[in-house]
Design a protein around this ligand. Structure first.
Ligand code: DX5
Ligand code: ZN
Length: 226
């Protein structure tokens, strides 16, 4: 953690998968969390890594893991990622049979619990279960692939969530994921996000650590400007 009120979480989806440990360590001094995208070729068409790789990667870096499960049946699989030592485990509400029960189990296993909302899912039906969660991950693309174009219209969900949190005195992170880069992070911060996932914008840069710092500065300027 680098002591900012905002979270910047580089996504390893855009990293070199043959050097995941090194790629994680490259952002240790600048990032807050490492965003780890688990995809199962069922919930999304893409396939990435599973628990054995996550377990090994956890040993290769000091960064807290923000594990984003884009998988079917998270009720069955998510707990393993918490028990392995993830700081936060987010699962998709579209895939979960019992989101509140799973959130309780994740917290009992020592992890934060995250609710992820994909592009085509409205947020209103889930506002009332937010007290069971620590993070709300709002996709700003359709989940499944890195390098997609940011969809600003999805920030309406961020605004709705931020208003709801303020009125209910609820505390949780609102995290955005998808197409976050230097030219989009300000709009996301203005809408009320306070955690920012960035894959391509970090790992396609010549200097990933510097890319994280630049993203953070842009988001912080929005927050400071009130
Ligand atoms: C996509 C993943 C994202 C992905 C974002 O479904 O959840 O975390 O890495 O990649 P960029 O930042 O390139 O849009
Ligand atoms: Zn993600």
């Amino acid at each position: 953690m680098v002591g900012s009120s905002l979270i910047v979480a580089p996504s390893i989806l855009a990293a070199d998968f043959a050097r995941l440990g090194e790629e994680a360590r490259a952002v240790e001094g600048s990032a807050d969390w490492l965003h780890v995208d688990v995809m199962d070729n069922h919930f999304v068409p893409n396939l990435t890594i599973g628990l054995p790789v996550v377990e090994h990667l956890l040993k290769a870096t000091t960064l807290p893991f923000d594990t984003h499960l884009m998988i079917e049946a998270p009720d069955r699989w998510a707990l393993g990622y918490a028990e392995a030592g993830s700081y936060n485990v987010s699962f998709h509400v579209e895939a979960a049979a019992d989101p509140v029960g799973l959130a309780k189990n994740l917290r009992a296993a020592g992890s934060k619990a995250g609710l992820a909302i994909d592009r085509d899912t409205p947020i209103e039906p889930y506002l009332e279960i937010l007290p069971h969660f620590d993070t709300l991950l709002i996709m700003t693309i359709k989940a499944g692939f890195g390098g997609q174009k940011f969809m600003p219209e999805l920030l309406d969900k961020v605004r709705t969530a931020r208003r709801h949190l303020a009125s209910g005195h609820l505390e949780l992170r609102i995290e955005v994921d998808g197409g976050i880069a230097e030219d989009t992070i300000e709009a996301a911060a203005e809408a009320g996000a306070d955690a920012f996932v960035a894959g391509t914008a970090v790992y396609a840069a010549d200097d990933p650590a510097d890319a994280v710092r630049r993203l953070r500065r842009r988001a912080e300027a929005v927050v400071a400007g009130g």
